[in-house]
Design a protein around this ligand. Structure first.
Ligand code: GDG
Length: 467
């Protein structure tokens, strides 16, 4: 099997982020992939340059070769803060009320995808497998095809795929989706997003979908499949058992002096349902006066995409809401919501998860959600906490033994918090055992092998004769 050429918007290797680096799920997964297969990780450095040159900065870190480019401020505005995060991200998370349709954004998006293709092209050798990631780079495969790349090229989308009727609101949506059909494999987190995509190609493009969910398009066969992403289970359980995690767990427990702990860990993003979560916790406190002063919600929410107005707005809303709820329920020695706008090293995070009796993962829409899986992996199997999980997270399809909730229903979530805190040990253990098996068996390596296997498999993805 050839090398992997992994392409994502940003490149992030652990040593570059530091031992305490706050790495997201995508970065952890791609690091594992490249260590195993060898290859190159290509993307934006995160740096600005006055004029784009296409110069590649090649580095070798922790057995991984990275190749990065710098982008112009206008690229960052129009491609990253613009089309990616003000158009596609909200649209793919069903928020057309927040979706901005701006001609400059789409032009910037195409320009930067061209720039990515131009810079990565010379790195691609004959047998390499090219693996493109996420909504920032949907047309990249077709641009590479235009440059004559014959290699197998796959795309994995980390976000949901929206319903056809929502996607139809995007100008030039047909062109965007048609460009995706130049990939050999298109991967989604769940069958729900896969079905949405297949619905689109049938209804909007009039294409037939084969029984194995492949699509024949312009003489080629494209495979569309669900590949649910997982966590590095071995690494995370090891971190949870380590000294730093234990210390973090003890410190957090000592600080709440016998109160129950509920934990949330999310990038500060409107898709994560933080406002609804805080309201639900407040409702729980109001509905159960006997719990007054006996439960604390620790919400870790490192800010993200701070240059985008909707993110500034959600940040202000949450500050106001937290102040309001704390004002109503606090006492001289107690604050119900600890709302923390910073990141912690993964080892400490693992300790915090373990200290918490309840994991609150209530996004309004989420491609998968790795925090739910990390919470399960970090529990003490002899005395595990309870996971409350949104039915709208991709993870809900696998994690059926969690307490599944509708995050929009403040009453339902409030009642479920009570149920979780009252759950007897044998039920907690029974649920946790099943959840743990799923998180362990469908880990990041499983995801990686499934995707790369499908990408490398020439037999299933062979060219078909033009119709
Ligand atoms: C996208 C999709 C999909 C968070 N705070 C800290 C920290 N984190 C880590 C978590 C977790 C990761 O960031 C977040 O992953 P999620 O999956 O929950 O969410 P997104 O960032 O939205 O990720 C999502 C994912 O891609 C992978 O495909 O599951 O649906 O939206 O690993 O632990 N890490 C550290 N400190 C923090 O304070 N170290």
């Amino acid at each position: 099997m050839g090398r992997l050429i992994v392409i994502s918007n940003r490149v992030s290797v652990p040593s570059a982020a530091g031992a305490a680096g706050a790495q997201g799920g995508l970065a952890v997964a791609l690091n594992s992939a490249l260590r195993e297969h060898g290859g190159i990780w290509f993307g934006w450095s995160g740096q600005e340059t006055a004029e784009f040159t296409g110069h590649l900065d090649m580095q070798r870190n922790e057995d991984i070769t990275t190749a990065t480019i710098d982008l112009e401020p206008q690229d960052i505005d129009e491609y990253y803060n613009g089309y990616a995060n003000r158009t596609l991200w909200p649209l793919f998370h069903y928020r057309i009320d927040l979706t901005e349709y701006d001609r400059n954004f789409s032009e910037g998006y195409e320009r930067v995808n061209e720039r990515f293709a131009h810079s990565v092209f010379p790195l691609i050798e004959a047998d390499d497998l090219v693996w493109v990631h996420d909504y920032h780079l949907l047309p990249l495969g077709s641009i590479l095809r235009g440059k004559g790349v014959k290699n197998r090229i796959g795309l994995f989308l980390h976000t949901p795929w929206p319903p056809t009727r929502l996607l139809a609101s995007l100008p030039f949506h047909e062109r965007l989706v048609a460009s995706m059909l130049e990939y050999d494999v298109i991967g989604f987190q769940t069958t729900e997003w896969l079905e949405s995509f297949l619905h689109y190609v049938q209804k909007e493009m009039g294409l037939a979908v084969n029984l194995d969910n492949s699509i024949d398009y312009k003489g080629r066969r494209v495979i569309a499949r669900a590949f649910p992403i997982g966590i590095d289970f071995a690494e995370f359980t090891q971190a949870a058992a380590g000294e730093e995690a234990q210390e973090a767990c003890q410190r957090l427990k000592a600080s709440v002096r016998g109160r129950k702990i509920l934990i949330g860990v999310d990038r500060l993003d409107y898709s994560k349902g933080l406002g609804e979560r805080f309201e639900s916790f407040s409702r729980f406190l109001a509905d159960h006066p006997d719990m007054a002063g006996r439960a604390v919600l620790l919400q870790i929410a490192p800010p993200s995409r701070g240059d985008v107005a909707s993110y500034q707005q959600i940040r202000e809303d949450l500050e106001r809401k937290t102040g309001h709820i704390n004002g109503a329920h606090a006492d001289f020695d107690f604050v119900p919501i600890r709302y923390v706008n910073r990141g912690y090293p993964r080892s400490q995070l693992a300790g915090f998860y373990r200290a918490a009796e309840v994991g609150l993962v209530t996004p309004l829409r989420d491609g998968m959600n790795l925090v739910a899986k990390e919470y399960i992996a970090a529990q003490d199997p002899e005395n595990p906490g309870v996971l409350i999980l949104s039915q709208f997270a991709g993870a809900a399809i696998q994690l059926k033994e969690a307490l599944l909730v509708n995050p929009h229903s403040v009453e339902h979530v409030a009642e479920t918090i009570k149920r979780a805190l009252d759950m007897p040990l044998d039920e907690r253990k029974r649920r946790h055992q099943r959840l743990l098996a799923s998180v362990r068996d469908e880990d990041v390596f499983h995801w990686l092998h499934q995707f790369v296997g499908a990408l490398a498999n020439d037999e299933r993805g062979h060219d078909v004769a033009p119709a």
